[in-house]
Ligand binder design. Structure first.
Ligand code: PEP
Ligand code: MN
Length: 338
């Protein structure tokens, strides 16, 4: 962390910064310029220190962070790639893991049909929301516990693990009884009570990127899960809000190599919520595999025309099966397989 003093700051102001740094156990390096003094703060955890601690002191012009605020999610903390294993399915290994299924669990018939179709096409994890965080309180909110029961039943019948969203920190235990992987939705990426509970549960978790979160904020949110001892964290890029409105969200392909560079955590991508339209999903999914993601989360509905949620962005079973076939040579070209 670098503390830049104001031009002409008094010696006692510089001393104040040095004393504060020492009281926090930090080392200091003084750089006495012709106009101003710059104090470099040295220590192992300066990334986790609030810049305000120094910015508030008299005579300080500006405080700049050098270290990243996240720690446990960082490659510096763990150099080798983390792999999350669910029933022997490894996320973060050579295999591109495809999670697919409807946006929301709607009925037994719908979920069974979706599970059969996605499994046969090559998906190895079934998705489906029982609790739906909706923009409007008047929209379908999900089947809740009935939906969880249907997920469990379908999972057992088809021998396929399930991922489903938890929206309330008080529901973590309940959802954990039914689902193999918990999902934290984009709207809850910074719901710290929820992150902490899921961290404590030590259950495999998919952490979606917030609608307007930077990569740094996203990785710092992942630290909440890791700090509670949950090492089974999977990141999920799902697009961010920009000025562009021809897609539902702008899929940030760039975040894939960035995450791979700065973090050891496995990363999957949800092209469905970024696209907003079924016709755009295949191209985005292919780009994601080429760019180095470890898996995909794709919405598939047995009959998108009748979907209660997100029908427009859901693939039909046959479109999904075709996409999986088209992804195989792309995976191979980057040293992976499906
Ligand atoms: C979902 O995957 O069901 C979902 C609601 O996505 P997001 O949180 O990314 O909007
Ligand atoms: Mn959806």
């Amino acid at each position: 962390m670098i503390v830049e003093m104001r031009t002409g700051a008094a010696q006692e102001d510089v001393d104040g910064v040095v004393q504060r740094a020492k009281s926090l156990g930090l080392g200091v390096q003084l750089n006495l310029g012709t106009d101003k003094t710059v104090v470099a703060l040295l220590g192992p955890n300066t990334g986790q220190l609030a810049t305000d601690v120094f910015a508030v002191l008299p005579g300080v012009e500006q405080v700049t962070r050098i270290m990243k605020p996240y720690k446990l999610a960082a490659r510096e903390f763990k150099a080798e790639d983390s792999v999350v294993s669910i029933d022997g399915i490894e996320i973060g290994g050579k295999r591109i893991v495809i999670m697919a299924g409807p946006c929301a669990v709607e009925s037994e018939k719908q979920l069974m049909a979706a599970a059969m179709a996605v499994k046969e096409a090559g998906a190895c994890i079934l998705r489906g929301g029982a609790f739906k965080p909706r923009t409007s309180p008047f929209s379908f909110q999900g089947l809740e516990e009935v939906g969880l029961e249907l997920l469990k039943q379908t999972s057992e019948q088809f021998g396929i693990p399930v991922v489903t969203e938890v929206v309330d920190s008080h529901d973590v235990d309940k959802v954990s009884r039914y689902a193999d992987i918990l999902q934290i939705g984009a709207r809850n990426m910074q719901n710290y009570a929820l992150l902490t509970e899921i961290g404590k549960s030590r259950r495999p978790v998919v952490l979606k990127r917030g609608l307007s979160a930077t990569v740094t904020e996203w990785l710092t949110a992942a630290d909440y899960l890791l700090a509670e001892g949950n090492e089974q964290v999977i990141l999920c890029e799902r697009g961010v809000r920009t000025f562009e409105d021809s897609t539902r969200f702008s899929l940030d392909i760039g975040s894939i190599p960035v995450i791979k560079k700065f973090s050891h955590l496995p990363l999957i991508v949800d092209p469905s919520h970024a696209a907003g339209h079924y016709s755009l999903v295949p191209a985005m999914a292919k780009a994601v595999v080429a760019a180095g993601a470890d898996g995909l989360l794709i919405e598939v509905h047995p009959n998108p025309k009748e979907a209660l949620v997100d029908g427009l962005q859901s693939l039909t079973p046959s479109d999904f099966a075709r996409l999986v076939e088209e992804l195989k040579p792309i995976a191979k070209s980057v040293g992976r397989y499906i």
